[in-house]
Design a protein around this ligand. Structure first.
Ligand code: ADP
Ligand code: ZN
Length: 723
């Protein structure tokens, strides 16, 4: 018997498989998808068996594999096919694709120390008990006899010296049993809610389509009861003896979601980046062994090897976290679509603010649109007020407007809570006039220019347009300054402004420790604080019933990011944050502070009007030839040598211009936004296309050329999130 073994060889992007012979005694155990240890050029390596070979080459002697490393198949048929899909759609190597699908304990060629974990248990060996001398020995025997639960050797309540004596006398014996590391959290069970009319309609549609590969987009406003629908349709899936896979943006940020599911269902595996390698390995094995029928996880959980999959749900479909930002640059939603077709099961994407791409697909019936237009509690949407910070600053209110101050005070006096959002991302790379709100924009691309300190220049990193930064604002002639202030500073100012106010600051600095995020959310819910202040993580799906005021301190920061999606990102963030106000009985107020009071996107946020935003933004995308009207591919060319990077980028752009359709647009090369990182120079090329049958073959060809060149590196990103 001969097999083809895939090796992950450093410095080689190629997918070479090597033929090996299987020793007679291992033939029975051998299947495709297991890892093997093999001799290779005097080394010992690990690899995946990807095929049998009926006609082994005769020109050279074939070596034998040393051993088979797995009892259970690691790469089942579906995952192996999926790896080929990733290879083809992301232009990655096969071993890279395989590697991204598996927990590190199960990768080939990576030496991990992750093993199965065991605990030592005790059982009674002989019944001649006259040797049991002391009371504590008797208690141990009694305990083992009386319950069906095995007794752990390291249990707290038993005397270790008595255990020793009993073991020595052969009355009891010890044995090892495999255990899972992740502790089960216990939650109070909860019964399903009676769906309202709107929910019922959505549920019925999904139920009718359970054995089809239909794709659904559930557009439901915040608090409209999407999660309840997810749980009820999953229950339906389980009734049919099938399993469910649910993706959420980042689990450590949505503990409530998991708790909701655990309150309904028993056999759930959880997969996310907060787990240790050992925990991930254990969760994976629970799945393979059919011990769970629901998997909830972040991006990479889309590869969970659930058998008999019945439905895939992706919550907060618009989240950036579903796209992997290094090779292979896959998008979990594309993988979900593939698996939906493979199993012939429905895919459900849910969001209060669907991406324009998904809405556009819905308008072409590639997705079926389902809608929830009302909050479950029938509560009205919060009242939203846009505050012009330019005029506030003239009154001396630099950070908190009169309106916001009044609202905060009123809320505190009513013992209600406040959320303040300060989105700091991107500050200082863009320049905004503190007086009039003027921002530098590219005349050709309608995105904010990026400030490069070294050259005192402002640049468009799409088209390369460049202009010098002036000392005074071109609009109002005031001195131009960076505008931006951090959460720490705001916390300090809040204490100055409001006597005895209790502020909980939440950002990447304060939530770094494991579980601290969860604890903070609980503390805020328990009213240990008046104000929750933080970056975008405070805007995510929490259900805080006592929050009546949401303040957006600076609505402009995301708006001014140098990206064509900045409008969409701003809308998502502010809309979601606004949705936190007045979730149950309290009527909410949202205060939106901005230097762009007439900005249309902010107007859409204040009216909580997604459709209005959608038509406006689609119009811009159409004019400027961005997605969803055009597809994008981004090429990143990097090198230690500026000359090489520059030369090869120009060559690459020429190669593309010579080979792609004439309707395809090629922008660049331009220097990247951050031009030099760790002494590596970076250039970008952007391809915009609608239909181009020459695209894939041309990019493959280009990729090959770059693999041969060891001075310059090329990365290709299909449908990039950031360009
Ligand atoms: P979404 O996911 O759309 O933001 P949720 O599913 O979290 O909304 O629902 C918001 C709140 O309404 C939750 O507290 C949930 O338990 C409750 N809820 C959802 N559906 C119903 C229903 N049919 N009857 C009563 N309460 C419901
Ligand atoms: Zn430009």
């Amino acid at each position: 018997m001969y097999v083809e073994v895939l090796l992950e060889l450093k410095n080689k992007k190629t997918d070479q498989t090597y033929t090996y012979e299987v020793p007679k005694e291992l033939e029975k155990e051998m299947t495709i998808g297991k890892r093997v240890e093999i001799p290779f050029n005097k080394r010992t390596l690990e690899g995946f068996v990807v095929a049998f070979n009926q006609n082994p080459p005769k020109e050279y002697t074939i070596q034998k594999i040393n051993k088979i490393l797995d009892e259970e198949v690691v790469l089942n048929e579906e995952l192996l096919k999926l790896a080929f899909f990733i290879k083809e759609s992301c232009l990655s190597s096969l071993s890279n694709a395989i590697s991204v699908m598996l927990p590190s304990a199960l990768k080939a060629s990576i030496k991990t120390n992750v093993n199965k974990k065991y605990q030592t248990l005790l059982k009674i060996e002989k019944m001649g008990l006259n040797q049991v001398k002391t009371k504590s020995q008797q208690e141990i025997i009694e305990y083992i006899r009386s319950t069906t639960k095995p007794l752990k050797k390291e249990a707290n309540l038993i005397s270790s010296s008595s255990v020793k004596t009993l073991l020595k006398n052969g009355i009891i014996s010890e044995y090892e049993e495999e255990i899972y590391r992740l502790d089960e959290i216990t939650v109070l069970k909860d019964t399903k809610k009676k769906l309202n009319e709107e929910q019922q309609l959505v549920f019925d549609t999904l139920k009718e389509n359970l054995n089809t590969n239909k794709k659904f987009l559930l557009h439901g406003i915040t608090g409209s009861g999407k999660t309840e629908i997810y749980m009820q349709i999953i229950e339906e899936v389980l009734k049919r003896k099938q399993t469910g896979l649910i993706l959420v943006p980042e689990i450590s940020l949505t503990p409530q979601f998991i708790r909701n599911f655990k309150a309904r269902f028993d056999h759930i595996a959880v997969l996310h980046s907060g787990l240790s390698d050992g925990e991930k390995y254990d969760e994976w094995r629970k799945i393979v062994r059919n011990e769970v029928n629901i998997v909830i996880g972040a991006r990479s959980a889309i590869f969970a090897p659930l058998n008999n999959l019945g439905m895939i749900i992706i919550d907060e479909e618009h989240s950036d976290s579903y796209k992997q930002e290094n090779s292979p640059r896959y998008n979990a939603i594309d993988i979900a679509e593939w698996r939906s077709d493979y199993h012939n099961i429905p895919l459900l994407l849910g969001s209060a603010t669907p991406t324009l791409e998904k809405m556009a697909r819905a308008s072409k019936n590639l997705y079926q649109l389902l809608k929830l237009n009302h909050r479950v509690n029938k509560g009205p949407l919060p009242h939203c007020e846009i505050v012009d910070m330019a005029s506030e600053i003239k009154k001396g209110n630099f950070y908190f407007s009169e309106t916001l101050k009044t609202e905060i005070e009123a809320a505190i006096s009513r013992s209600e809570q406040i959320i303040l959002l300060l989105n700091r991302r991107g500050f200082s790379t863009t320049i905004t006039c503190g007086n009039c709100g003027f921002t530098y924009k590219c005349p050709h691309c309608d995105i904010t220019l990026t400030y490069h300190k070294t050259s005192n220049a402002l640049r468009c990193h799409y088209c390369g347009y460049k202009t010098l930064k002036k000392e005074v604002c071109p609009n109002c002639k005031e001195t131009l300054d960076f505008y931006g202030v951090g959460t720490e500073k705001i916390e300090e100012l809040l204490h100055k402004e409001f006597d005895n106010v209790r502020v909980l600051r939440m950002d990447t600095d304060t939530t770094r420790r494991k579980n601290s995020y969860d604890g903070m959310i609980e503390a805020f819910k328990n009213q240990e604080y008046d104000i929750l202040l933080g970056t975008q993580m405070v805007s995510k799906g929490h259900d805080f019933s006592l929050v009546s005021v949401v303040g957006i301190l600076n609505a402009d920061t995301t708006l001014n990011l140098p990206d064509f999606r900045s409008g969409e990102r701003t809308f998502d963030l502010l809309y979601q944050a606004s949705g936190r106000a007045g979730r149950k009985d309290t009527l909410g107020t949202v205060v939106l502070q901005t230097f762009n009071k007439d900005n249309f996107i902010l107007k859409c946020v204040s009216e909580q009007d997604y459709d209005k935003f959608y038509y406006y933004e689609m119009n811009i995308r159409k004019k400027l030839k961005y997605p969803p009207y055009y597809f994008l591919v981004s090429l990143k060319i990097t090198s230690k040598s500026y000359e090489e990077a520059s030369k090869e980028s120009i060559n690459a752009a020429n190669f593309l211009r010579n080979n792609l359709n004439s309707t395809t647009i090629i922008l660049g090369p331009t220097t990247a936004n951050i031009f030099k990182v760790n002494n590596i120079y970076r250039f970008n090329i952007i391809i915009k296309y609608r239909f181009d049958e020459k695209l894939k073959p041309t990019l493959k060809e280009l990729d090959k050329l770059f693999i041969l060149n060891n001075k310059v590196n090329l990365e290709i990103d299909f449908n990039p999130l950031n360009i």
